[in-house]
Ligand binder design. Sequence first.
Ligand SMILES: Nc1ncnc2c1ncn2[C@@H]1O[C@H](COP(=O)(O)OP(=O)(O)OP(=O)(O)O)[C@@H](O)[C@H]1O
Length: 575
Amino acid sequence: MRPANVVLLRRVGIAAGLAVLAYGLAAGLPAYWVFLAMSAVISGVLLQSLGVVAGQAGMVSLCQMAFAAIGAWTTAQLNVWGVPGGLWVWLPLAGLAAVPFGLLIGLPALRLRGVHLAIITLGFAATVDIVMAAGSFPGVSQGIVVGRPAGLASERQYFLFCCGVFALVAVALAVVRRTRLGASWRALRESERATAAAGTSVPGAKLSAFAVSAFIAGLSGALLAGQLAMVVSRNFDPGQSLVAYAVAIMAGAHHAEGALIGGALGVLVAELLRRFGVPQQWANVVFAVGAVQAMTQGSGISDGLRALLRRRRRTPAAPTAVEPPAVTAPADTTGPDALRISGVSVRYGQVVAVDDVSLTVPAGGVHGLVGPNGAGKSSLVDAISGFVSAGGGTVEVRGVQAAGLAVHRRARAGLRRTFQQDRVPVGLTVREYLRFASRRPLSDAELAEGLAGLVAVAPGDPIAALDVGTRRLLEVAGTLLARPAVAVLDEPAAGLGHAESERLGAWLAQVPARYGAAVLLIEHDLDLVRAACTGVTVLDFGEVIAEGPPAEVFAEPRVLRAYLGEEPEEATHES
Ligand SMILES: Nc1ncnc2c1ncn2[C@@H]1O[C@H](COP(=O)(O)OP(=O)(O)OP(=O)(O)O)[C@@H](O)[C@H]1O
């Protein structure tokens, strides 16, 4: 059977098993335990909302209970108004009501991270709490309870309804996970710079994560209103948002099973403590310790379980490097230059890192950019790709002006880059990453072709299991599979051995013919530059000191003095 069918069959089996379990629990558990199980599932829905914003996108959110409160408040109000459709209709409306607040909280997240974002979100939670406590929830003063429609009236029926909502959210998130949006959340967690450089809007990714997260939290609030029949602001204490965050991190709520385990632990630990007469607040200490442990290890309970399952399954044979198909046609060198920069300068305060640099990468060309440490290469790449100002210079991509565009817009205009530091998102598989980076729904055949001759990995491999050198080559593959006008590759050979570096040089020389992309190659390995490049520019102290074919440029006395630190006579002999 095909692997995809096996996976589908396994998932259908798990879903059927869980449905049977839910029916069994609803039918067999005593009423008190049905109530507790219901609380665990509702809490699981809330944790799934944290799984999006914190687990996947890596942002701190300490206001999920505030989103839930807005959902519950909306439900209570719709109940008082007697809006037809009952909880079936009120539930999605409650989720939607929380979305604008999610977007509102997402706005400061565009600039703030870490502890600053924690303070903002906690502040929002406290504000919502004060506002809600000042008034009362709709219907409370009149004693109007939230009614459940026929079919959901009994506790057992409502428990199954909550399970259904949890499952729906889990399936929807699993679908989103496979899309570019889902990949962008997980890329965001790793590096905002790399996310933008792959053509994805970082503000868009952050805001969408907060909006989706608020929607799901709003659903959990509506479910709670249906469970308790009458909610008050005390049910959404801001302190509970902190506890939920800790549980989400500890359990790994970015996976559905993690959210469910977290929900169950939240209820069970509190219940155990109650039975032993220990104040329930001690449960928070348990969760805080669990969260610290998960943060230290870089993985929660669900990640641990998945790693265990992966190990138990038969390990597939290690993929071997596949030879790339032979290039039969020469690169297309017609049309405007792939990249033409002119008068680019970069200053950091008093430091002039790049001084009035001009450079051209012709269509179908592989051009090298070399220079000693501190010469200004990375600063120039940052200016070309839009991370720092180009100081009034111009950056043309296939004749179209790109200076002034945001990073992700330059990437979409055909100007792609890789990074010196490893910024490949470890939360993705090879297939997910390549689809995200290429911004195309690549077939497995296209994936294999993009990897051929470059890197020996299988599409299903988790990136977390790959070494840094392999990840860097994967980043090159993803960049080129986007078929940009020009790919700026920042030291792709760092961490490779001599033989691998040689092979990469031959591979890079064929990139224009294979991908239709020109290359600007930043490298310290001059043998690689000689093997791959038709032209080279040498920078020293931020200025261009030589330009031309590699053999000629590397023999120039000024280059040898500046770049190699050698006297011309010796060095001429060397070269
Ligand atoms: N953020 C910054 N603030 C201040 N100075 C900086 C900053 N980034 C780089 N510089 C300075 O700018 C100059 C050029 O640095 P840059 O990193 O661009 O050189 P490079 O050629 O890429 O070096 P390497 O080969 O080591 O990566 C150096 O003098 C460096 O100290």
